[in-house]
Design a binder for this molecule. Structure first.
Ligand code: ASP
Length: 305
């Protein structure tokens, strides 16, 4: 058994490991761990407490994938739902679809009786007011939004975030989950890589699983999670498969800002690794025989020039 997450997944590791250690599925473990992060008000990149979009509205994205069946579910730009990861699971299990966004996603949550929540906390609202509100011309917001987004994406403190959780259960099955509030101050309706299977999330029992955080537009264009899992299928070790995923981003420009990518991976043999294009970040791992999770440094793999 194995449970691996981005560093902000620490708040969900106990709950996720409890599922695995009582014989539960990888899919249940990644969902439970992710729900705990979605409830962490201190985390301004995921769930309740996440920073809002340019208009001050919190829009959440989430996805999960089952390695045994390669079934997947995802939701994007969801408002007012406490646990978007569970809504993503409902898309996978209850609808003949993979991705449902916006009002349709809220409708599904209501039909299923999923918990609603006020996602915008006073702290996140205050950060939005300080960073954005005064810069929107209420009389002509549609004229100003484009330019504002162009300026605001240069704000590194408010771009990075998202939780990734990968698991292997006692039967050897794999699952992956991603949940995010996306970029703070994003253009309304913007989806990043997190709800896009193949971009921010991919899982296949035959090879392994991978998930991304960082500049979502890069992971979309590089199909990063799928590229990493394809590397695992080719027999690469997780660290090398991740490096291949980063290498695939060579030559991709980003408007404004500093491009940044992070990814984690596990393979079917219980191997794990994490990389970041920038130094100084960690990931968390809980493996069989350990009495708790460990915080480990990510390998640094710079973006190719
Ligand atoms: N990848 C996320 C997004 O683009 C943000 C992040 O992970 O920092 O929405």
């Amino acid at each position: 058994m194995l449970l691996v997450a981005s560093a902000n997944g620490q708040v969900g590791m106990e709950a996720g490991w409890a599922v695995l250690s009582r014989g539960g599925t990888a899919l249940d473990a990644v969902e439970v761990a992710t729900r705990a992060v979605e409830d962490n008000l201190e985390d301004h990149t995921v769930g309740t407490g996440g920073y809002p979009n340019l208009l001050g509205v919190v829009e959440l994205d989430a996805s999960l994938m089952d390695g045994a069946t390669r079934r997947a579910g995802a939701v994007g730009a969801v408002q007012g739902v406490r646990h978007p990861i569970s809504l993503a699971r409902a898309v996978m299990e209850r609808l003949p679809h993979v991705l449902v966004v916006g009002e349709g996603a809220s409708r599904l949550a209501a039909e299923l009786g999923l918990e609603t929540a006020e996602l915008l906390t006073p702290e996140a609202a205050a950060a939005w007011r300080a960073g954005v509100e005064g810069r929107i011309d209420a009389g002509h917001p549609h004229h100003r939004l484009l330019r504002l987004v162009a300026d605001l994406v240069r704000d590194p403190e408010h771009v990075a975030g998202t939780v990734n959780v990968l698991a292997q259960d006692g039967r050897g099955h794999l699952a992956s989950a991603v949940s995010t509030s996306g970029w703070a101050w994003k253009y309304p309706g913007r989806l990043g890589d997190s709800p896009l299977i193949g971009a921010g999330n991919y899982c296949d029992d035959r090879a392994g699983a991978a998930a991304c955080t960082g500049w979502g537009e890069l992971a979309i264009r590089g199909a990063t999670a799928r590229t990493v899992v394809a590397g695992l299928a080719d027999g690469l070790a997780p660290r090398d498969a991740l490096a291949r995923g980063i290498a695939e981003l060579a030559g991709l420009d980003v408007p404004g800002g500093e491009p940044m990518m992070q990814a984690i991976a596990i393979d079917r043999a219980g191997g794990h690794a994490a990389v970041s294009t920038q130094p100084g970040s960690d990931y968390v791992v809980w493996a069989d025989g350990w009495d708790g999770y460990r915080v480990l440094p990510r390998a640094v793999v710079p973006l190719p020039g």
